[in-house]
Ligand binder design. Structure first.
Ligand code: NAD
Ligand code: MG
Length: 392
């Protein structure tokens, strides 16, 4: 039987890479539903190629445009646009697996819907765990969902850990997340204010969405990944460490109690963790060239410079603070990055917005999705006001 897959965020970098891997295995997978925000043309091409039962667009005008294209191409795909349409395609009884590749807190509700329906959930959307880690993991456990990390670092750790999760705590000393250091690893910190969105989005090794590209440049991406690892692997924050590895060949490592370190290596290409998540515990071809050890010059490692990357340490601080603080941090960062990409905020002030928002928003109780979304909205509003004072 073919596995039926829903791809949330199918027009993005992770979404298109997922479809690339799926297209290599038509005998094993079929696309049940696709979703996107605004890219109607690409979504139509994906519908023509994969013939999903459902396609979801974020707004009514985009949905209408897509529906016209679907009709002209004689397809039977049903176009949906409604507040809960993402939840519908994430939890539909006919779906086997969901790729969560929406960017930002907007991905949390459909992730929870997939988890509640006990699906196999491939998680690229790290912000969903940063916003609602405790609720998310509790929902996964209570409903017997299978959570598979797609973020390359977390996929690496997942592959290095013993399969019986009840034995991790006794054996593991620490998780070592590797980080590329982004495009400004060696830049003079005094010049960070002049960085443009184009420079920040030109990542040395990966072509990624704009938000994660900026996060990689500030290293807030690694901060979010520390929080993601805390929840995915149920590990104390102080046991999670970050090491800069510019070549991105070692995707992350696990250090065990006896000082043995296991690492997962590979060509830096997101199709590897995507293929791993799709097929786990089996393995399928990903289309990625294998590592050529004859040509690998050197693998180097260094510590992260706290002055250049002040945001990195916010992760441990937020994890030590009351629950909900990571929700505030994520919201502030989404607002600050959007302002930077819109050229309203300078690059070096992204951290200032995050810090000031954390200092001025006190999280209340956060036991439900509604609590989390209300806190997210409150933090966004505050971060918007803070960012406004530095309009450039
Ligand atoms: P992207 O910007 O390329 O794509 C995002 C997708 O989500 C698009 O299809 C877009 O239409 C959709 N989307 C955006 N906002 C939406 C909204 N409000 N409602 C519904 N749909 C919406 O981003 P990406 O680089 O593919 O990243 C996706 C997620 O995967 C992020 O959380 C990112 O941190 C994570 N991730 C990405 C990479 C990578 O290499 N790109 C690696 C690891 C993790
Ligand atoms: Mg990553």
């Amino acid at each position: 039987m073919k596995q039926k897959i829903t791809v949330l965020g199918s027009t993005g970098s992770i979404g298109t890479n997922t479809l690339d891997v799926v297209a290599r295995h038509p005998e094993q997978y079929e696309i049940f539903a696709l979703s996107a925000s605004t890219q109607v043309d690409l979504m139509l091409r994906q519908c023509v190629q994969f013939k999903p039962r459902f396609a979801v667009m974020a707004s009514a005008p985009h949905a209408q445009q897509l529906a016209e294209g679907i009709k002209q191409n004689g397809l039977v795909t049903q176009v949906l646009q409604a507040q809960d349409a993402l939840e519908v395609i994430a939890s539909h009884p006919d779906v086997d697996a969901v790729m969560a590749a929406i960017v930002g807190a907007a991905g949390l509700a459909p992730c929870l819907a997939a988890a509640k329906a006990g699906k196999r959930l491939m998680l690229a959307n790290k912000e969903a765990l940063v916003v609602g880690g405790a609720l998310f993991m509790d929902t996964v456990k209570r409903h017997g969902a299978t959570l598979l990390p797609i973020d390359s670092e977390h996929s690496a750790i997942f592959q290095c850990l013993p399969e019986d999760s009840s034995t991790w705590a006794d054996r593991v000393d620490s998780l070592l997340l590797t980080a590329s250091g982004g495009p400004f690893r060696q830049r003079d910190p005094a010049t960070l204010s002049q960085i443009t969105p184009e420079q920040a989005c030109a990542h040395p090794n990966f072509s990624m969405g704009r938000k994660i590209s900026v996060d990689s440049a500030t290293m807030m991406n690694k901060a979010l990944e520390v929080i993601e690892a805390r929840w995915l692997f149920d590990i104390a924050p102080e046991k999670i460490k970050v090491v800069i590895h510019p070549q991105q060949i070692v995707h992350s490592m696990v250090q065990f109690k006896d000082s043995s370190v296991l690492a997962q290596l590979g060509t830096p290409d997101m199709r590897v963790p995507i293929a791993c998540g799709l097929a786990w515990p089996e393995r399928i071809a990903s289309g990625t060239p294998v590592l050529d050890f004859a040509r690998l010059a050197a693998l180097t490692f260094e510590v992260a410079d706290a002055q250049r990357f002040p945001g990195l340490h916010l992760s441990w601080q937020a994890l030590r603070a009351p629950e909900g603080t990571t929700t505030v941090l994520n919201a502030a960062n989404e607002v600050a990055v959007a302002a930077f990409l819109d050229r309203r905020l300078s690059f070096d002030r992204i951290h200032a917005v995050n810090l000031q928002t954390l200092e001025s928003v006190q999280p209340g109780p956060v036991s439900t999705l509604e609590d989390l979304m209300a806190l997210d909205a409150r933090a966004r509003e505050r971060a918007g006001v803070i960012a406004q004072q530095w309009v450039c």
